[in-house]
Design a protein around this ligand. Structure first.
Ligand code: BGC
Length: 683
């Protein structure tokens, strides 16, 4: 039995590894042979962005094509209209690896159909504060959830021979003054919280490109930070390291670090600057050669030196991509409160009012993550509700001009609020409160009708305290892309049970978040500093490893809704619970039963906890999860594998991960605050 299990795991790993593109010795040799024939001027062209800033250089005499890139992460951006998928936080909230893989696959199809061979996604910076303007692009506060999501998303993209670019390496956790504020964290925090997603993307998804961050990391700008990039190479990374757009400062720094490609153009790695340093003997030309080799060996591995850039067999407006976008949009929304308002079943009595600033738009977060959907393919929330048809009499109301007589008479009111591309975006942090007028709108509607559902678009937590006690339901919808209206209507009507879970801790007030005190502590220094950004003030990550739910016990703070939490239209029962010892870890087994009358999905979560640790550790950490779709009354046995690495912590003196001997607990639950089964382990 044990042997069969081990064999099937090994087989699965081999199959997965085979499916992934790897740089081979032949690719390396081919790259070296090409570089040998290149002039220094050609080499400098290859290591810098060209044309519109979203292309690499073509060196036609050597048959090296220009490679086109485009932003993600919600679809293919830059000079095209394309399928618009749910944002990163929504994918993480799905707690479903195959959803992340499906969206990656769809993006891979869409990119290759357009001749785009480098996608500038996923963005995986950890959610440190709800204020970060780009949280919506990222995967939440937990490194395990973020890694699992990223690995699948990257595999999906790269299986289509499109290079994924994981970004922004590293510690780019705020948008406020992102070019000018340094991030400062200790080695353990960096390794336990901020590195794991990048590392797993390298080790398990063989990601083809990495984009550095704008911010200095512990004093040195990311693209020139030798320590930082050497960590990455130390994980066996042999792909392309590119800068974020306009974040390079010195020619020498960029030449001597392990950076390969300066984007969007050669501000510092241009021929004039580089050749001067080569000619006067400051650097060897071989530094430039190595960068070119890494770029070309990656291109060779993906077939970009041989095969056509465009996959003509895939249509640009692809129904299969839309299907992936819809599946993902169904699984992201998280139901946080439901005092009996949902689902709204078909009934002759239904007289639903839909209103709010986001009710009849496709809301999206702003910046480079914004993209243009294909005309005629989107469904807004209002359109989704309106198309439910029989048994769903619904009307749309202008939220700036509400009809009190009509709200009072409604059987239910759906208020669609939240942020959008102006209020939650790249390049700036956002407010903790909803945008102006929205709290007032919800409170007003709630004073007129007891049956209010708030549907909110955001990349993270926001202030719900002004009205949460007066509404019957709160559904976190994130930015769910072109199919959001269809998917939300299916959830609201009960055709599908909500199945998303919070990928971050919803504290309820701004100050409870362990990082809150430190997050914007840098603001006064930024305001005082001189125009040339000298000196760089530092954002210090003083909460360390005790970020998000890891800080609950440490600081004795109770969240409003814990990490991993989310309601469904059913209930679940956990039973059994055993640990099978394997040569390299444990297999945790238990059974989950759907005890309700509705088909629904449970996200069974496995946390590891160390009893009495000499070194401070979080009271529990997520190390496994499985989303189970269960028919009413159905039971499923779940097996979750924990490796010995699942029990490890980072040791700063040893500069490595260590597994301490002693007693641990494996906790199975439906959120970070829930314990259904507890199993002791002695290591
Ligand atoms: C963003 C990147 C993006 C790049 C290209 C930058 O401002 O930080 O995430 O990929 O622009 O659009």
């Amino acid at each position: 039995m044990k042997r069969t299990l081990i064999l099937s795991i090994l087989l699965l790993c081999t199959t997965l590894a085979q499916a992934q593109i790897q740089i081979t010795r032949e690719d390396r040799e081919r790259a070296e042979a090409l570089v040998e024939q290149m002039t220094l001027e050609e080499k400098c062209a290859l290591i810098t962005g060209q044309d519109d800033g979203f292309h690499t250089a073509a060196i036609e005499r050597l048959g090296i094509p220009s490679v086109r890139m485009a932003d993600g992460p919600q679809g293919v951006r830059n000079k095209t209209h394309s399928t618009y998928y749910p944002c990163g936080i929504s994918l993480a909230a799905s707690f479903n690896r195959s959803i992340a893989h499906g969206v990656g696959t769809g993006i891979g199809w869409d990119a290759s159909a357009r001749g785009v061979r480098i996608m500038l996604c996923p963005g995986v910076n950890i959610y440190r504060s709800p204020l970060c303007g780009r949280n919506f692009e990222y995967y939440g506060e937990d490194p395990y959830l973020a890694s699992e999501t990223a690995v699948q998303y990257i595999r999906g993209i790269q299986e289509q021979r499109v290079i994924a670019t994981i970004k922004h390496f590293a510690l780019n956790n705020q948008e406020f003054d992102r070019h000018g504020t340094g991030s400062v964290a200790d080695e353990r925090t960096i390794n336990e919280i901020y590195f794991p997603t990048f590392r797993k993307a390298v080790e398990q998804a063989r990601v083809g490109a990495v984009m550095t961050s704008y911010n200095p990391v512990n004093g040195v700008h990311a693209p020139e930070n030798q320590w930082l990039l050497n960590q990455l190479r130390g994980w066996g990374y042999d792909g392309i390291v590119m800068t974020d757009w306009t974040s390079s400062y010195t020619t020498l720094g960029c030449l001597t670090s392990s950076l390969d490609l300066e984007m969007p153009q050669g501000y510092v790695l241009n021929y004039e600057a580089v050749s001067e340093l080569v000619k006067n003997g400051t650097v060897e030309e071989s530094l430039v050669d190595e960068k070119c080799c890494r770029i070309l060996q990656t291109f060779a591995a993906y077939g970009l030196l041989d095969l056509p850039m465009k996959n003509e067999s895939i249509p640009e407006n692809n129904p299969e991509s839309r299907a992936k976008a819809y599946e993902a949009a169904l699984e992201g929304p998280v139901l946080l409160k439901n005092d009996g308002i949902l689902p709204i079943k078909a009934s002759k009595k239904n007289n639903i009012v839909v209103l709010g600033p986001n009710a009849d738009i496709i809301p999206y977060g702003g910046g480079s993550g914004r993209m243009d959907p294909i005309e005629g393919t989107t469904t807004t929330l209002w359109q989704g509700i309106a198309s439910l048809g029989k048994g769903y009499k619904a009307s749309f109301m202008d939220w700036k001009n509400i009809d009190e007589a009509a709200i009072r008479k409604a059987s239910a009111v759906i208020v669609s609020v939240g942020f959008n591309h102006d209020t939650e975006k790249e390049g700036a942090d956002r407010t903790y409160s909803l945008p102006a007028g929205q709290n007032e709108l919800i409170s007003k509607v709630a004073s007129l009708n007891p049956n209010v559902l708030v549907v909110a678009n955001s990349g993270g937590e926001f202030d719900v305290t002004p009205w949460i006690g007066n509404v019957k339901g709160l559904l976190m919808a994130w930015y769910a892309g072109q199919e959001s209206g269809r998917a939300l209507a299916a959830i609201i009507s009960g055709a599908v049970s909500p199945s998303g879970r919070l990928p971050f801790t919803f504290w309820g007030t701004e100050d409870k978040n362990p990082a809150a005190k430190y997050y914007h502590a840098v603001v006064p220094a930024v305001k005082k500093r001189s125009k040339n950004r000298d000196p760089y003030p530092n954002a210090e990550y003083k909460e360390g490893i005790f970020l998000g739910y890891r800080g609950v016990e440490r600081f004795g703070i109770e969240p409003m809704y814990p990490f991993g939490y989310g309601l469904t239209y059913s209930g679940f029962e956990y039973s059994g619970g055993s640990l099978e010892v394997l040569p390299y870890g444990y297999c945790v087994k238990f059974t989950v039963k759907n005890t309700g009358k509705t088909a629904a999905s449970e996200v069974a979560q496995v946390y590891v906890s160390k009893d009495k640790s000499a070194v401070a550790r979080p009271s529990r950490e997520l190390k496994g999860y499985e989303k189970l779709s269960l028919a009413p009354g159905e039971s499923k046995e779940v097996s979750i594998l924990l490796t010995t690495g699942s029990f490890a912590r980072y040791s700063t003196p040893q500069h490595n991960w260590v597994v301490d001997k002693g007693s641990y607990k494996v906790i199975v639950g439906s959120s970070s605050a829930d314990t259904k089964i507890e199993l002791p382990v002695e290591l």
